[in-house]
Design a protein around this ligand. Structure first.
Ligand SMILES: [Zn+2]
Length: 167
């Protein structure tokens, strides 16, 4: 089944506004901390690796939007890597994707890789944000050239990226 199609049906049923339902669900009080990844919600944004100021009240333990999406396997970005070049460089390319995730997560803790599935001649990556999928596509194209195709859903909330390189 095409994940973009199935997701759009789910989204239509689940909500009527164009907003990210995960962001709305998690509108915690000013001070909250994700019990899974440790991201801190403060001043209306999530950040990682920041110390909580001691003057502030004890943070409320929650699950941040990215960890909720990972738990629910709810992707906004889909990246498919394929072509004969992939098989010879698979581990190296996957390591690069993981590296990119770590970097993206540092800047925005809501940018995460949900899954990396290695198939016979493909690698399928899902991400919590469409932006991270786009950046992974750009990065792989920059590092290994090849062809990259970007497709967006009509509301631009979902991205499907396909990278191909033969030989
Ligand atoms: Zn989290």
């Amino acid at each position: 089944m095409n994940p973009i199609k199935s997701r759009r049906i789910i989204k239509k049923k689940a909500m009527d506004s164009g907003k990210d339902s995960y962001l709305l669900k998690t509108a915690p009080n000013d001070m909250a901390v994700c019990k899974t990844c440790g991201a801190v919600y403060h001043g209306k944004r999530w950040s990682l690796g920041k110390k909580i100021a001691p003057v502030l009240k004890k943070p409320v333990p929650v699950l941040c939007p990215a960890c909720q999406k990972i738990r629910d396997n709810f992707a906004d970005g889909f990246v498919t890597l394929k072509g004969s070049f992939l098989n010879a460089h698979r581990d190296e390319i996957i390591a690069l994707v993981r590296n990119k995730e770590a970097h993206a997560m540092y800047h925005n803790p809501l940018d995460r890789v949900i899954s990396v599935k290695s198939g016979k001649n493909t690698v399928d990556i899902t991400t919590t944000t469409e932006k991270l999928a786009e950046r992974i596509g750009q990065m792989i194209k920059k590092a290994y050239s090849g062809n990259v195709e970007y497709k967006w859903s009509a509301d631009t909330k979902l991205a499907r990226i396909v990278w191909t390189r033969d030989a």
